[in-house]
Design a protein around this ligand. Structure first.
Ligand code: C5P
Length: 229
């Protein structure tokens, strides 16, 4: 089975907590940089007190010492999982791992906003193949001891095959068949992504924009459980 992680993509903590109030059966929430920059650690603590596991999605990418310090602070805060950029390099990832304790670190490989041209330009190479780059960076992340990766529904099957059983695979872009994709280009249903090997499914607008968010979450939990490994 895969866990459903509710993405709290709200501008304020009050709005995020109002949604959480409507999701008594939620187990995991994601706090990203917009909400964290506004509300800070206090919101994470409030969510923890409500019994939620917090996925802190701050996508760190800095010198090893600085990232290790941020990871240490997130672990002390009680966050359960956090992101960093694999492009920060093996030394940065290893320093983060060293500081993580029980905080699970998952790596971002190639941002989905990149195409081959823009990624090639960023790393100073002419011809890149995005899928190959993502797999290469995934190998770097595992070599550095990260717990897993963030990936799109299109990549989850290949990554599960490559990384074996233990790795966490955190997958956004979850949509029911026929539902609006919003700005997501590669989507899958909760059952499909879980069956392909995802361990955590990050879901935002299908829950946050629903008339009855609790009912949508219940459906997703059932689907991810039924489709999971
Ligand atoms: O609303 P939606 O379900 O599309 O939200 C998906 C969540 O996953 C958002 O918080 C978004 O920032 C995040 N995400 C993503 N695509 C990535 C990485 C993260 O949609 N490649």
């Amino acid at each position: 089975m895969a866990e459903i992680v509710v993405a709290l993509d709200h501008p304020t903590g009050d709005e995020a907590l109002a949604l959480v109030d409507r999701l008594p059966r939620a187990r995991w929430v994601k706090v990203g940089s917009v909400l964290f920059t506004r509300e800070g650690p206090a919101l994470v603590e409030t969510l923890r007190v409500r019994g939620l596991e917090v996925f802190l999605d701050l996508k760190w990418h800095d010198i090893p010492n600085t990232v290790a310090g941020a990871v240490r602070s997130a672990a002390a805060l009680g966050a359960a999982m956090a992101t960093l950029h694999t492009l920060g390099g093996r030394e940065m990832m290893a320093a983060a791992r060293e500081a993580a304790g029980s905080l699970r670190l998952v790596g971002v490989t190639v941002l989905t906003s990149h195409d081959a041209a823009s990624f090639g330009q960023a790393v100073g190479r002419d011809a890149v193949e995005i899928g190959t780059e993502a797999l290469r960076l995934a190998d770097e992340a595992m070599a550095a001891g990260l717990a897993g990766l963030v990936c799109s529904p299109a990549e989850v099957g290949a990554l599960r095959g490559r990384l074996g059983k233990g790795a966490l695979l955190v997958v956004p872009g979850i949509r029911a068949a026929g539902a609006p994709a919003d700005d997501q280009r590669r989507t899958a249903s909760a059952g499909e992504a879980a069956a392909a090997g995802a361990t955590h499914l990050v879901v935002g607008r299908p829950i946050t924009g629903a008339a009855d968010p609790g009912a949508v979450l219940d459906r997703l939990v059932a689907e991810a459980g039924a489709g999971g490994r």
